[in-house]
Write a protein that binds this ligand. Sequence first.
Ligand code: HEC
Ligand code: HEC
Ligand code: HEC
Ligand code: HEC
Ligand code: HEC
Ligand code: HEC
Ligand code: HEC
Length: 323
Amino acid sequence: MKKFNAMKIRYFLILLYLLSFSSLWAQLNVDMQSEPAKMEDNKRCFDCHSNHIYTFDNPVSGITERKEMNPNFVFKTDAFYNGVHRHFACTDCHSPDYETFPHNAELRFEPMYSCIDCHGGDEAFASYHFETIEEEFAKSVHASKHNENFNCWMCHNPHSYKAMTRSDFKISEIVSAHNQMCASCHDNPLHFQRISDSTKKPLEEIHKFLPNFKLHFSAVRCIECHTAVEDTMWVAHNILPKEMAVKKCVECHSSSTMLISSLYKYQTIETRKNRGTFNSMLLNETYVIGANRNIYLNIFSIILFGLSLLGVAVHVFFRIKKK
Ligand code: HEC
Ligand code: HEC
Ligand code: HEC
Ligand code: HEC
Ligand code: HEC
Ligand code: HEC
Ligand code: HEC
């Protein structure tokens, strides 16, 4: 009987030990520490695709030529290796035929994978809800107006995307990075016109109803006003028609729902970060993406950790007593 109890305690301790790592659940699976796996392979591509000037040996003349690279085809090496697909070879997504230069012109018509091709139905990525995101995206103005031309890669840069919502970035950094995803088009006429004929008004003009445009755009994300909040998701993907965008100041500047589900969720995190305290009433009522999960899980882990220490102490106590 005694032996059985000791076994039970041991299993219990192992369980507690495992559970105390639960706060890591919300974080990335990708190994961001070790050296990227395919650096050697990618070097050949980056030799040309990370510079504005590239050189190649002209097979006909035998001369080494220097040429200017199309700026859209130039990528920052650092950004690639800081992204979620940092362990990829370029040729995991692109045809291996790109290894020869000049590239075969037909390659530019090769179909590209979409996120769902790799992530769909994969347990390892279940917490991202790729399938739901795809449904949401299909309802959004971008998909309904532009259909096939507009895909996930338009916002998720294949050569630098990192999932910031799930990391310990400052809110201001998250706001800036997320808004940059939209601004890369809405603030860049050339990019915008790759997709649409319609003339583009500057963002500042569109949003002149907001008193302090710059401050607002550094404090809230575009998606706060342009998507319906999705309780089960970390990032809402259904960009609504402009008529449905949030315009009323009180939606944020009062203690209404909007404040709680979007603005306050930021403030809660910010306050926690800056001052270490927060309004507990608010926290109880809000669903705070990332922050709440972490706070609760962290507290939970600490309690579990405490319990497991206690367990060890009890275990040792009985061991000594038995002797
Ligand atoms: C060719 C297959 C492929 C495509 C296409 C692809 N991914 Fe991935 N993605 C992966 C693999 C594999 C990993 C895991 C990499 C690792 O563990 O190093 C990953 C990792 C991620 C992660 C990090 C997951 C985690 O928990 O660490 C995110 C987020 C992500 N991908 C988002 C996307 C998005 C968004 C798209 C489309 C815009 C996309 N991926 C397209 C294969 C792909
Ligand atoms: C010697 C320089 C050089 C090397 C090495 C090189 N590229 Fe390129 N790549 C170019 C140039 C120049 C272009 C512009 C279009 C063209 O000339 O085909 C280009 C275009 C591309 C395109 C876009 C094609 C299009 O028009 O949409 C892709 C994708 C690409 N390269 C992938 C790769 C990959 C992957 C590698 C490594 C396996 C690689 N490249 C290695 C010079 C290079
Ligand atoms: C996770 C998949 C993935 C990886 C890894 C990847 N690419 Fe790409 N790449 C894409 C997709 C998707 C597109 C098409 C983007 C679009 O349609 O906007 C693309 C487009 C390109 C283009 C054309 C850019 C343009 O604006 O049309 C070049 C050049 C290119 N990739 C080179 C590279 C090089 C070099 C590497 C390795 C350093 C690399 N890619 C790694 C998915 C990937
Ligand atoms: C209009 C722009 C836009 C489009 C199009 C878009 N996304 Fe996103 N997506 C975002 C933004 C902004 C974020 C927040 C950035 C981050 O992950 O930190 C995001 C985040 C994500 C995340 C991470 C969510 C999490 O829980 O951390 C996934 C996964 C994702 N998108 C998948 C997709 C897929 C799949 C598609 C295509 C069906 C798609 N996205 C199309 C803007 C877009
Ligand atoms: C405070 C809420 C709010 C924020 C934040 C916000 N918007 Fe808007 N946006 C609106 C409203 C409201 C409209 C409709 C304006 C109107 O019809 O007069 C609008 C309209 C638009 C339109 C339609 C323009 C047109 O007339 O065709 C675009 C595009 C747009 N916003 C993009 C963005 C982008 C990109 C960001 C982030 C950089 C952003 N918005 C941030 C509230 C917001
Ligand atoms: C690759 C370019 C691109 C990116 C990235 C992009 N958009 Fe758009 N967006 C467009 C185009 C194109 C339209 C449609 C303009 C048209 O044809 O009327 C549009 C339309 C809109 C509209 C107006 C819808 C309406 O009713 O007319 C809003 C709002 C909007 N986008 C918000 C966003 C937000 C928020 C993000 C980032 C999460 C974003 N966009 C990212 C290209 C982009
Ligand atoms: C999506 C939420 C949102 C909406 C909608 C919104 N605001 Fe704001 N507003 C903010 C945030 C966030 C800040 C900056 C953070 C803070 O309040 O400390 C801010 C700041 C301000 C400031 C500057 C306060 C200061 O400290 O200088 C003024 C003034 C303001 N908003 C007025 C308005 C008016 C007027 C409207 C309606 C036309 C409006 N806001 C709509 C979120 C919003």
